[in-house]
Design a protein around this ligand. Structure first.
Ligand code: 5RP
Length: 225
């Protein structure tokens, strides 16, 4: 994979918040990738950690890095979740799910005491919505869910991978919804999740406790609540 200095700087910086004994949530994507590599170094250097991962892809990477992955019945609490984002605003509201892992990412973020978001500076926006909002839906009757979203002005597009429908780790589909700008994210979140067939959407409104923003020159800036 081609190195990205901004993502690498943010991803590696986040690992500095990890303390021995913690249970860590491992995010998904090309920025969380750098965090997982750094955590692997910490573990191989002797730090005692346990982790849960937000996708099959991150589970695989964590295992290659010898990071102990525990099953959910062993999880009492998640101390720190470190994940990427597709967009973030200065109120620490996020759009996630560009990689298709939004549901597992949200379950883990909701269970975590703190959520660090690792991202390059291009993802910091004044208002969410330029990035199409991923909405995870069940395959059953998906055309009806699609039409419902269309009627609500979401301009949904069924996500494809090459010529096939993209399937999430949970066996679901994703509709990428084009709003342009999201003026009322709390209301939109509630509206989307009240539609039968919608499993969840990529608005993460109250989870992030800190953004770690990486720049091309390798510097980072941090924004917290
Ligand atoms: C996956 C995600 C990712 O965190 C998001 O897409 C950011 O990815 P990247 O760091 O590769 O830009 O939400 O579902």
């Amino acid at each position: 994979m081609k190195q990205d200095p901004a993502k690498k700087a943010a991803g590696e910086k986040a690992a500095e918040y990890i303390k021995s004994g913690m249970t860590i949530g491992l995010g998904t994507g090309s920025t969380a990738y750098y965090t997982i590599l750094r955590i692997g170094e910490l573990v191989r250097g002797g730090m005692q950690l346990r982790a849960v991962a937000t996708s099959a892809q991150s589970t695989q990477l964590a295992m290659e890095q010898q990071i102990p992955i525990i099953s959910f019945d062993q999880v009492e609490k998640i101390d720190l979740d470190i994940d990427g984002a597709d967009e973030a605003d200065e109120q620490l509201q996020l759009i996630k799910g560009g990689g298709g892992a939004l549901l597992r990412e949200k379950i883990i973020a909701a269970a975590a005491t703190e959520m660090l978001v690792v991202m390059d500076a291009s993802k910091l926006v004044k208002r969410l919505g330029k990035f199409p909002l991923p909405v995870e839906i069940v395959p059953f009757g998906w055309e009806l869910t699609f039409r419902k979203l269309m009627a609500l002005g979401a301009a949904p597009v069924l996500r494809k991978k090459e010529n096939d429908v993209f399937i999430t780790d949970n066996g679901n589909y994703i509709l990428d919804c084009h709003y342009g700008e999201i003026a009322a994210p709390v209301a939109l979140h509630a509206q989307l999740n009240s539609i039968p067939g919608v499993v969840d959407n990529g608005l993460f409104l109250h989870y992030a406790t800190r953004l770690i923003i990486g720049y091309e020159d390798g510097t980072v800036r941090s924004l917290s609540r």
